[in-house]
Design a protein around this ligand. Structure first.
Ligand SMILES: Cc1cc2nc3c(=O)[nH]c(=O)nc-3n(C[C@H](O)[C@H](O)[C@H](O)COP(=O)(O)OP(=O)(O)OC[C@H]3O[C@@H](n4cnc5c(N)ncnc54)[C@H](O)[C@@H]3O)c2cc1C
Length: 412
């Protein structure tokens, strides 16, 4: 009987094990934690945003960007939908984001684990895989004093994102032993840090913005939505979606500046347009101070910071400002510059970029191009998605493809 080992019982490992199992083979999940699927429980704030209706490849990032289209295909998306039907999960779709109808991540974890049980898949928990060697067309897996010899291996060890400092994750080492290279892992979907005196003044403010990332003065990404202003910099979904580029840019010694438009609800093309809009607005409310005026539009803590950065006294009237003060103020309202000095570390990130390069894999099967019968899935590979269910999408697609192929089938 053919033996398949799945290293790691997270999202992609569970999907791989379920699809790999048939009556003719034995599938064994080796999981270092006390239980499988632990991370699934914290996804989507406990609701598990497991998929997104908008599967445009622009939501995915990799050093081998040109290969993403071979992975995010219509067929693979349908394959995941069928898998979730099979799990019995009914989606609740909000703004394109898929959640289980229960609104609880626990439903996804339980549905996966009950299929693992039904299909007689063996789970060995509390089992850290320390090494894998390839000998005489078999894989020899070492976990402490125990050795397991199998025909095929699916490595689904994820990354250290969101784990406590010093948590052991040797997934990269395992695949390096087997001949793969690793692109340096960096935090992605993470908060951005700046160094400014005013940060503690705006701490706690949540506001809708349009945010532009400039790298060495060149625009490289734009996002629109809510950000959180914190005492170390910025956070929130928009920020997370820029962080992949920022981490890479800072690594390459680039200058990363975020420009924030705090008035995204006012549609103007130029600074002059905003200036005229403000003049018009002031005409109807001439007697209030500039601070009172701005507090009608924005959170008072943010107004205080914008006035401080613009070097404008808060009790002045708009009419008392010089032209250059007016321009400076408008610029800080619609193009507030924040230089990012670093990202938060991997322990604070939702996912890690980097890992096994896509060109070392057959993306139709997730089989390694370096070693036959070795499959790699999930966050371990060099593919990162935006916020909105895209990282679990990678886990499901890669897990199902690996499982199917390991048992010698394809999805039709
Ligand atoms: C707070 C948070 C919220 C998130 N929310 C979302 C969301 O809403 N939507 C979304 O799409 N993505 C979300 N993500 C990202 C998503 O959870 C991951 O991308 C996804 O879980 C990756 O799946 P994986 O199977 O590759 O790895 P994991 O789910 O991390 O599983 C890897 C497993 O391997 C085990 N393992 C590691 N090394 C070994 C070893 N040597 N031996 C044995 N076992 C080992 C680990 O213990 C773990 O159980 C979120 C992440 C975090 C941290």
């Amino acid at each position: 009987m053919e033996k398949i080992a799945v290293i790691g019982g997270g999202a992609s490992g569970l999907a791989a094990a379920i699809t790999a199992k048939n009556k003719m083979n034995e599938v064994i999940i080796l999981e270092k934690n006390v239980s499988c699927g632990k991370k699934i429980l914290v996804t989507g704030n406990g609701r598990c945003n497991y998929w997104n209706i908008d599967q445009n490849i622009s939501h995915y990032h990799s050093e081998n960007e040109e290969l993403i289209k071979d992975f995010i295909t219509k067929t693979n998306c349908q394959m995941v939908m069928d898998f979730f039907d099979y799990l019995g999960i009914i989606p609740k779709i909000k703004n394109g984001n898929y959640y289980p109808s229960s609104n609880q991540a626990l439903s996804v974890k339980n549905a996966l684990l009950s299929l693992v049980q039904t299909k007689n898949i063996t789970i060995r928990e509390n089992t850290l895989v320390e090494s894998i060697f390839y000998e005489k067309e078999k894989f020899v897996i070492s976990c402490g004093n125990n050795k397991l010899i199998v025909d095929k291996v699916i490595v689904a060890t994820g990354t250290n994102a969101s784990q406590k400092i010093n948590t052991k994750n040797n997934g990269y080492e395992l695949v390096k032993q087997l001949g793969h290279t690793i692109i340096e892992p960096l935090p992605a979907l993470v908060q951005l840090r700046a160094k400014k005196n005013y940060l503690n003044k705006w701490n706690g403010v949540r506001t809708d913005v349009k945010i532009t990332l400039e790298e060495d003065n060149k625009i490289i990404a734009q996002e629109e939505g809510e950000i959180q202003l914190t005492d170390y910099g910025i956070s929130g979904i928009c920020t997370f979606n820029l962080s992949y580029y920022v981490a890479k840019g800072l690594r390459n010694k680039k200058r990363e500046v975020v420009k924030i438009n705090f008035l995204p609800f006012i549609k103007q093309e130029s600074l002059k347009g905003y200036l005229l809009w403000m003049e018009k607005r002031i005409n109807s409310i001439q007697k209030i101070t500039i601070k009172e005026n701005l507090e009608v539009l924005l959170n008072y803590k943010l107004v205080e910071v914008i006035l401080e950065v613009s070097n404008i006294k808060k009790d002045l009237l708009w009419q008392q400002l010089t032209n250059s003060q007016k321009e400076h103020l408008i610029k800080n309202l619609v193009s507030f510059e924040l230089e990012i000095i670093k990202t938060n570390p991997i322990e604070k990130a939702q996912v890690c970029s980097g890992g096994v390069p896509l060109n070392e894999l057959n993306l139709k099967t997730m089989e390694s191009r370096v070693l036959k019968n070795l499959y790699l899935t999930g966050e371990l590979i060099d593919l990162v998605g935006d916020c909105g269910g895209y990282n679990l999408s990678i886990a499901w697609i890669s897990g199902i493809l690996a499982g199917l192929n390991a048992k010698g089938e394809t999805y039709d």
